[in-house]
Design a protein around this ligand. Structure first.
Ligand SMILES: C[S@@+](CC[C@H](N)C(=O)[O-])C[C@H]1O[C@@H](n2cnc3c(N)ncnc32)[C@H](O)[C@@H]1O
Length: 271
């Protein structure tokens, strides 16, 4: 059953109730639709297969290029140092990994971890930042079972990926597990604009213009209907902070970017 067309799932109780019912029925949300829990990952994979070739171009067009600014702010929030080992989960075409590589210098290491081979390849073979890309280690896998040892990374980040994950808490718990004590976690995700006027404009843009651009440029309208739907179901900043705290992260902070369209959360694994 689809939800009504435009809805921000913005009340804690609303979300808790929905998630409890879905868990009970072994279902998961896929945008405003509900699918069997174990099948969601296949839907997500198909979704990113359909957009991989146009992913970077579409991001730049749809965000008017602002996503690069958000990514730079998010990387700065992690305070990376030369020599750090950084994990970029749901790393996709590698924008965050490249920015992180510039901070950790030649002595550091970046691991880009993504479930989707098409997304990894779409980034890996781009000539732009070719030298930096060669230094990144690419691993295909699911954030819910990261194939890295415990306490092995100085930083772990996830950009615009966690809201697609079937069990979000499991993904964050895996990031926590692989971090060294004292290591920093960063999550950059879309959220709900603060101003109601701006939010109305953003809703119109998201549900009417974005799908049209998706059809015209990437040849898929459905992928760009799915995108705004997932954003509206994602936990709000305070809810996400509580989830991170319950996983074990401390010193949790968040910062809204561009009136709250995007939010950067950071947290530390306790020593
Ligand atoms: C919207 S893209 C974000 C890419 C990149 N981080 C960025 O900021 O541009 C989301 C990525 O998450 C990946 N992804 C989705 N579910 C995943 C999972 N369970 N485990 C690992 N990666 C996943 C997708 O394949 C896709 O590349």
């Amino acid at each position: 059953m689809p939800f009504p067309k435009i809805v921000w799932l913005n009340e804690r109780m609303q979300r808790a109730g929905l998630l409890q019912r879905l868990a009970h029925e072994k279902l998961a949300t896929y945008g405003f639709y509900q699918v069997p829990e174990e099948e969601k990952v296949h839907y997500v994979r198909r979704h990113f297969n359909s957009v991989a070739d146009c992913y970077d171009l579409m991001n730049t067009i749809l965000s008017f290029g602002i996503h690069y600014q958000w990514k730079r702010s998010a990387i700065r929030a992690m305070r990376l140092k030369p020599g750090d080992r950084v994990l970029d989960v749901c790393g996709g075409t590698g924008d965050l990994a490249i920015l992180a590589a510039e901070h950790v210098k030649d002595t550091g290491q970046i691991v880009l971890y993504d479930i989707n081979r098409e997304m990894i390849l779409a980034g890996k073979h781009q000539p732009r930042h070719g030298d930096i890309r060669k230094k990144i280690k690419y691993v295909q896998g699911d954030i819910e079972a990261i194939s890295l040892p415990d306490n092995s990374m100085d930083a772990a980040m996830v950009g615009f990926g966690i809201r697609n994950v079937t069990h979000m808490e499991k993904g964050f718990a895996e990031m926590y597990r692989v971090l060294k004590p004292g290591g920093v976690m960063m999550c950059l995700e879309f959220s709900k604009p603060v101003s109601s006027v701006f939010r109305w404009l953003y809703d119109m843009y998201s549900f009417y213009i974005m799908p049209w651009l998706g059809q015209m440029i990437a040849g898929t309208r459905s992928a760009y209907i799915h995108l705004p739907e997932t954003i509206r179901l994602f936990p709000l900043p305070d809810e996400l902070s509580d989830m991170l705290k319950s996983i074990g992260f401390s010193h949790i902070t968040y910062r809204r970017l561009t009136n709250g369209i995007a939010v950067v959360h950071t947290g530390i694994k306790e020593v």
